[in-house]
Design a binder for this molecule. Sequence first.
Ligand SMILES: [Zn+2]
Length: 346
Amino acid sequence: MKEDFYNILGVSKGASASEIKKAYRKKAIEFHPDKNPGDSKAEEKFKQAAEAYEVLSNADKKAKYDRFGHQAFEGGGGSGFGGFGGGGMNMDDIFSQFGDIFGGGGFGGFGGGRRAQTKGSNLRIRVKLTLEEIANGVEKKIKVKRKKVAKGTTYKTCGTCNGSGQVTRIQNTILGRMQTSAPCNSCSGSGQTIDKKPSNADVHGMLQTEETVSIKIPAGVLEGMQLKVSGKGNEAPGNSISGDLLVAIEELPHATLQREGDNLHHDLYISFSDAVLGTSKEIDTVNGKVRIKIEQGVQSGKILRLRNKGIPSINNYGSGDLLVHINVWTPKTLNKEQKEFFKKNV
Ligand SMILES: [Zn+2]
């Protein structure tokens, strides 16, 4: 039989939101794993309290619980606690909940064994592409300034944290004496400090370098899109992984073509006589010039569609079209002879 949530927190059914919060704080501190290392009973109680608080701190869930009890959250077959995947809350859920309970800071995760590998920072660059490059895909070689571990730099295990990257300390807080873990100051949480480094490297054994990075840009990218080149950002000291290079796409305007999604538009101006008699015109496409035929008697505003002459879809849905908009240029001034001609013939 599952224990009553109000009992777990030690509050009455009529408890206010702030009383519930206060009660949970107390339980969380009492049974916090950092305070009770290796005590599985305490951990169980810690999880129960978190589960109870998760429900009772949420007006909606609380109302359901008050009406139906634990059944309110039992899924088909009664396989456990709805919303927590049956197995109760995991520790990450619980620690993420602490943000609003303790106002950030204070609690860490468990002391030790939790150190994430440090990662270098990401670098951001912009790449300007012509419409032709976008249409066909392109490989760009770009010089990138990135921090790398200098040749000759060696690291050793940090003596302050013994390589764990975390230090545990007793802190006096308004909630009482708390054991907390924080990233180690001596090694910035990496668990390693400098052993040897060349004289030109910085205090972390790093050097600012310039490297040519080859970036494959697929056909059909859009302005503002961001591509990621993994591992080509800054390196970080010690046993770490490199950050990423984030490439923002910028599209250069084209002299005669306008892009709209995967379609391209071209405004073609033809003379009145070309419209009357028909003609052929050479226009730009993203793969060189093509000659198109204009039928005699074409009207201004007609659109000629050149299939698949647009931009290939980034999602491989084929290519867009090139739409040629016909504009008949009506002469603004006519000489006497021309005037006579139009008066007689139109
Ligand atoms: Zn350290």
